[in-house]
Design a protein around this ligand. Sequence first.
Ligand code: ADP
Length: 205
Amino acid sequence: MATGRFLAFEGIDGSGKSTQASRVAKGLEARLAFEPGDTVLGAALRELLLHDFSSDPTSVAEALLMAADRAQHVETVIVPELASGRHVVTDRFNGSTLAYQGFGRGLDRNVLEQVLSFATGGLTPDLTIVVDCDLETARERSTGLKADRLEQLDPSFHARVRAGFLTLAEANSSWVVINGEQSLHEVATAVNAAIAHHLGLEVKE
Ligand code: ADP
């Protein structure tokens, strides 16, 4: 049986990436995955990383906990699904660690790359789609939701993260950037075109 294809959505909170990830997973009959928190261990790590304001991990601890979440996710969910022939669409993957802990927190990106390689066994998405949007638009779209530990960091942090995603996309031929400022329909059309072009897959309505 052929291996499934692996697709990641990345972007700042409020960019619209989760909306696209769930739509695409449905249209491809793929496993919808997300990070952090898509395993039993991961759910506990997500709580510590995003919702427990008293845990206060250092930047290095934060990066390693994100990597631990990914290691568990890759080995127990993503690899088995891909091996069974099912496509996997994940809401965040390595790109988020590089953007948030690398560009945002200022950790050494070469070291992070090594940590991520260890955590994932070298698995990388066939296609990474960055849904890019202005900080202000993202903030407006996120109103009403309680900001988590990373979301409540200052705008300059999120500006570095956004710029980080764009820098990573420029350096990787398997990454594409979609303008998330567009209407939902326009974003969906651009995302579907990128998937058709890079993976040869049609996202059904
Ligand atoms: P993220 O996963 O990046 O945090 P979501 O996909 O959860 O973002 O979207 C945040 C909010 O913005 C949701 O209410 C969603 O319906 C809305 N939204 C997403 N994409 C768009 C868009 N292109 N135009 C307008 N609203 C959008």
